[in-house]
Design a protein around this ligand. Structure first.
Ligand code: DC
Length: 227
């Protein structure tokens, strides 16, 4: 049996950073589901398929191989057909298309299965948009992280700077608002808070405060599971 912590929320809400910290502190395997959609999107771009070419995109899912490996620092690296694409999947060309690609029903279905498979038999903390509502509706703990679009764009820009990815604040804010709208109005598994998720507005909270809050929620639940 596995213990599942689902962290959902919009782009830049802090899911990635928080999931990594909480996962390390509690010994949970950390899974970034957005990166799996980013790998599919990169494969679509590399094959020069258009968004409307759904059949070709769906066929592509049978051909590509996505792998997650840890580097020496314990950071997750994403591989597409054997090539390390961890950096390329965060670039603007992927940002622009990933939300639409991720909402093709067959892509969602396949990726959700892939995500469930990686989690099998493990205790995981999984971050995404529909983990608590669709991938693991019976997750032991569900958290919905949120923050204002401006604060989220500011965080994303800082992250990009650290990774050496060139983007302006305006570019990021515009992309965040576009993806918010796209993710929330999707016909399949839209971004929304699960009824039994705990809502956390992190706009005014530090990373440490958010992590501690989640750790205490998870610990409380773990104690109940053990008893
Ligand atoms: O978390 P992220 O910004 O890397 O996610 C990239 C895109 O993937 C996002 O715009 C929506 C989509 N996504 C999704 O639809 N479902 C998930 N579980 C994770 C991401």
């Amino acid at each position: 049996m596995s213990f599942i912590v689902a962290i959902d929320g919009p782009a830049g809400s802090g899911k990635g950073t928080i999931t990594k910290i909480v996962g390390e502190k509690l010994g949970l395997v950390n899974i970034d589901t957005g990166a799996t959609y980013r790998c599919v999107t990169l494969a679509v771009i590399n094959n020069k398929y258009k968004l409307e070419e759904t059949e070709k995109i769906v066929n592509l899912l049978n051909k590509i191989k996505i792998e997650i490996k840890k580097d020496l620092k314990g950071e997750e690296q994403f591989f597409l057909d054997g090539e390390d694409v961890s950096k390329e999947i965060r670039t603007p060309k992927v940002n622009e298309l990933v939300s639409q690609i991720s909402h093709i029903p067959e892509v969602r279905e396949r990726m959700a299965d892939f995500q469930r498979n990686i989690a099998q038999g493990k205790n995981v903390i999984m971050e995404g948009r529909d983990i608590g509502t669709n991938v693991f509706p019976n997750a032991n703990v569900k958290i919905y992280l949120d923050a204002t679009p401006e604060e989220r764009a500011r965080r994303r820009q800082k992250q990009n700077e650290e990774k050496g990815i060139q983007t302006t604040f305006e570019e990021i804010l515009e992309n965040i608002k576009f993806r918010d709208n796209n993710d929330k109005t999707s016909k399949v598994a839209p971004l929304k808070q699960a009824e039994d998720a705990i809502y956390l507005d992190t706009s005014e909270m530090t990373i440490e405060e958010v992590s501690e809050k989640i750790i205490s929620i998870v610990n409380e639940k773990l104690n109940k599971v053990i008893k």
